[in-house]
Ligand binder design. Sequence first.
Ligand SMILES: [Zn+2]
Length: 246
Amino acid sequence: MSKPVFSFSFSDQPGVTAGISTRIGGHSTGPYSAFNLGLSSGEDKETVHRNRRIFAEEMGIDPDRMVFGFQCHGSEIATVSAPGEFMNVDGFLTEERGLLLNVSVADCFPVLFSDSPGGLTGAVHCGWRGTVAGIHKKMAGEFSKRLKNLSRTEVIIGPGIRHCHFEVGRDVAEKIPEKFLSRAGTDGKFWADLPGLIRSDLIAEGVSEKNIHDSGICTYCREDLFYSYRRDQGVTGRMMAGILRV
Ligand SMILES: [Zn+2]
């Protein structure tokens, strides 16, 4: 899978494309090599903009039809009907066709929602803060409000840092249900399973278990394909995960 974009598959979402950029195929150099899409990463912005145009092309859309957020690990979701950049937003919801909703990640999980028959598309950025704040549950709630039921709603949990590498201290662990924690080798530390928690929360919100597709990929493990903020000790690029309904 040495391609600029790793595609996700839904079971039955006509007209919907979803994927995440890898670190392959762009113009970035050094620690950002080679397909950095994050404006806040520290790399020069012109290179990032060039890479973003490649991402749009790979996703099959005009670069000026993209939606971005300046994310803040919060739980704010913007309902959008036009492209643009939105401040302090960690999730997007739209009823429009032809808009690429993006979230920027490098260990946090992109969680992509689609109900093509109901005309809804959504994307959220779930780090531990956003997950604990319930941004994914909030998105499922927005879908519930607008649709009769969630029987055709499908969700993708993309690559992120998984329990094999996501070690947390007691301060974070106490915010996460015990079921999704296991003791780490280091005293007082835990391994946390965020995608497990996200999945469990979505089922509780009414998303059918068979409609939740977890990529199973750990960003820390896959240095060949993905940036990892923790592995790369903060100096690294960002992937972009996007979803589009045409
Ligand atoms: Zn790992």
